[in-house]
Unconditional design. Structure first.
Length: 345
C-alpha cells in the first residue's frame, strides 16, 4: 500500500511567505524530477491541513479551474502574498487612531482582505477542493472548535461553504481582523475567528482526521490505505518562523492586561506549535525506525521582523529571503521529501 502524504501548514499572518517559498521549491523540484511541467502540490499530497495563513495557502493550492485541475501553482500562491500582503495589512490613519493601534478595536479594516478573497476564490466551494482538507476555526457563539473539512462538505450542504468564507474565517485573528459571520451553502449561520487560538499547528488535527478517512474511496485509488495509522502516513509540517523574542520577569511580573496582549498571542501560537510537534514526535517514536516519516521544518527568522502583520515592502522581501535561506539550509531534507512524495504517488 502507498502511504498517505499529509501536508500541514502553521498559522502566522504575513509570515505565510515562508512556507509559501518552501512549497514553491518543492513544487519546482517535483516538476523537474517527474519531467512534468504541470506537476503540483495538490497532486503530490493526499491530505491538507492549514491554520490561519496556512489555511489560506491550503485553499489556494486546492481550488480547481474549469478543467478540474489546480487553478493556482505554488508560485502563484507565493506571488499573491508578495504582491498583495502590503495592501491587506494596510492601516489607514483613521483606523489607527480609532482603534488605538488595535487595543480597543481590530487593527485592520477587512475590506482589502475580503476584496482579494473574492477575486481569487470567487464562487468556488469547499466541496470542490481537489483533495481532502481541514481548516480549523473557532465558533465564538457556541464556544467550540469548528473544523472546515472538504469531506463533510461533499456529503452535505449543511457543511459546505464558499471557500472565500472559509479563508475569511481562517484569517479572523483576534486583535488584527474582525470576527466573521458566515453562512453555509445550506444557510446555517456561524460566528467564527481564526483557529490559531487553539490549533496554530494543525498537524495533530490532520493526523486525527486522517485516521478516520477511507482514502481508497476518497482518492479513487485502491493502493491507498483506509483509516491509516501513523506508519501509513508521510507527514510534512511547515512552520512560519521560530519566534524567540524573550519576555523578562522584570518587565512582566507586574504587567497588566494591555501589556500582556501581544506576548500572550505570541506565546499561545508558538507554544501550541511546539507542543503539537512534541506530541507527533512521541507518536512516531513508537514506530520502527524505518516507518518514521514525520518531517517538520521551522524556518529561522534572520532578516525579517517576526510580527505577523509587518507587511511593509522591505519586510516582505526579508521574509522571502529567509524562506530562500530555509530552502538552502534544508535542501537535503527537502529533496528527500520530494523523492518520497514521488515514490508514494
Amino acid at each position: 500500500m502507498k502511504k498517505i502524504r499529509i501536508l500541514s501548514i502553521d498559522g502566522g499572518g504575513i509570515r505565510g511567505i515562508l512556507p509559501g517559498t518552501i512549497l514553491t521549491y518543492l513544487e519546482d523540484e517535483l516538476k523537474k524530477k517527474t519531467n512534468n511541467p504541470h506537476a503540483s502540490i495538490s497532486e503530490y499530497f493526499d491530505f491538507f491541513a492549514g491554520t490561519s495563513t496556512g489555511g489560506i495557502l491550503t485553499l489556494i493550492y486546492l481550488i480547481p479551474d474549469e478543467n478540474g485541475i489546480n487553478k493556482y501553482s505554488a508560485r502563484d500562491a507565493l506571488k499573491i502574498y508578495l504582491e498583495k500582503g502590503e495592501e491587506i495589512f494596510n492601516v489607514p490613519l483613521k483606523n489607527k487612531i480609532e482603534s488605538l493601534g488595535g487595543i480597543i478595536d481590530e487593527k485592520y479594516p477587512e475590506a482589502a482582505l475580503e476584496k482579494n478573497l473574492e477575486y481569487y476564490f470567487n464562487k468556488s466551494t469547499l466541496s470542490e477542493s481537489l483533495k481532502p482538507c481541514l481548516v480549523p476555526s473557532y465558533d465564538i457563539r457556541n464556544r467550540r472548535a469548528h473544523f472546515f473539512t472538504s469531506i463533510e462538505a461533499k456529503r452535505s450542504k449543511l457543511y459546505d461553504f464558499y471557500i472565500k468564507d472559509v479563508a475569511r474565517s481562517a484569517s479572523a485573528a483576534p486583535k488584527y481582523f474582525e470576527a466573521t459571520r458566515i453562512k453555509s451553502i445550506y444557510g446555517t449561520p456561524y460566528s467564527l475567528i481564526d483557529g490559531g487560538v487553539f490549533a496554530n499547528n494543525p498537524t495533530l488535527c490532520a493526523y486525527a482526521e486522517a485516521r478516520n478517512i477511507a482514502f481508497s474511496k476518497e482518492l479513487k485509488n485502491p493502493d491507498k490505505p483506509d483509516k491509516p495509522s501513523a506508519k501509513d502516513m508521510l507527514i510534512f509540517s511547515i512552520g512560519t518562523g521560530d519566534v524567540k523574542e524573550p519576555y523578562t520577569y522584570e518587565e512582566y511580573s507586574d504587567a497588566g492586561m494591555l501589556k500582556w496582549i501581544k506576548p500572550l498571542i505570541d506565546i499561545m501560537m508558538s507554544g501550541n506549535s511546539e507542543t503539537v510537534d512534541y506530541q507527533l514526535k512521541k507518536i512516531y517514536e513508537t514506530l520502527q525506525p524505518g516507518d518514521s516519516l514525520d518531517y517538520r521544518i521551522q524556518p529561522e527568522l534572520i532578516h525579517a521582523d517576526s510580527a505577523m502583520d509587518n507587511a511593509r515592502k522591505e519586510n516582505i522581501l526579508a521574509l522571502h529571503e529567509d524562506g530562500l535561506n530555509t530552502v538552502t539550509e534544508n535542501k537535503e531534507e527537502l529533496d528527500l521529501i520530494v523523492d518520497k512524495l514521488i515514490r508514494e504517488h
